[in-house]
Design a protein around this ligand. Sequence first.
Ligand code: ADP
Ligand code: MG
Length: 243
Amino acid sequence: MSAAAAPSLAEELPLIDANGIERTFRMGDEDVRVLNGVSFSVQRGEYVALIGPSGSGKSTLMYQIGCLDTPTAGQLTLAGYDTATLDDAELAALRNQVIGFVFQTFNLLSRTSVVDNVALPLRYAGVGLKERRARAREALSRVSLSHREDYSPERLSGGERQRVAIARAIVTRPALLLCDEPTGNLDQRVGKEIFALFEELNSELGATLVIVTHDMTLAKRARRVIELVDGVIVNDATPAGRA
Ligand SMILES: Nc1ncnc2c1ncn2[C@@H]1O[C@H](COP(=O)(O)OP(=O)(O)O)[C@@H](O)[C@H]1O
Ligand SMILES: [Mg+2]
C-alpha cells in the first residue's frame, strides 16, 4: 500500500474513526470484556489525552487503534481504511506509514547507536541506508539530540531515551502519534519537557497526538480529554480554561 494509492478523500475523513469497539480476552473458561463498545473519532491535527484508572482498558484501546491487536467486535477506520478489510501485511504497512508509537519503556535497542535506533522504522519501510541515516539525523535534530547520534542508548538519561524514542516515532513522518504513558518513567520536570516536545510536533508538523497519561496536570494541557472507565468512555471534553 502506498500513500499515492490512498483514497483521495482520506485527508478529509477522520484520522481515527472507532465505532463500538469491543475487546474480550479469554481467561481460563471466562470471557473478560475489557473494551465495552468504545466509539469516538479524531480529526487530523487534534491533541487528545486519554485518561482513566489503571486497568480501565487504555493500553488495550491504544493497541486496537494502533492495529497491534484486533477488536472482538466493532469497526475501526484509520486514515480512511476500514482495518477489518486489510490483511496482516497491509496492516503492517498502514502502521508503518500512518502511526508512530511511543511507550513508557522507550524500547530502544541497547547494542545499536542512537541514530540507527531512530532509522529502524525506515528499514522496514524499505528506505536505503544513506537516506535512512539522513532522515534519522533530521529527526534527532527535531528532538534536540544531534549531539547524541553515535551514543549507545545506555549512556543516555531517561528523558534523552524518550526523546530518541520520539525521534524514532516521527522518522516515518506519521500522521498519528500514539503515546502510552510516555512520561511514566520520568520525573515531573522531564515529563513536562516531553509534553512540550509533543506539543511542538503537533503545532509545527501537524502530528495528531493521542497520549495516555496518569498525570492530570499534563492531561489538561491537551485540547481534548477522553476518560475511560471499565472499558467505556465516560467523558470526552475540552478541559476547563482551554479554547
Ligand atoms: N492480553 C491480555 N489477556 C488478558 N487480559 C488482558 C490482556 N491485556 C489486558 N488485559 C486486562 O485488561 C484490563 C485492562 O488492561 P489495560 O488495557 O492494560 O489497562 P490500562 O492501560 O488502562 O491500565 C486489565 O484487567 C488487564 O488485566
Ligand atoms: Mg496501560
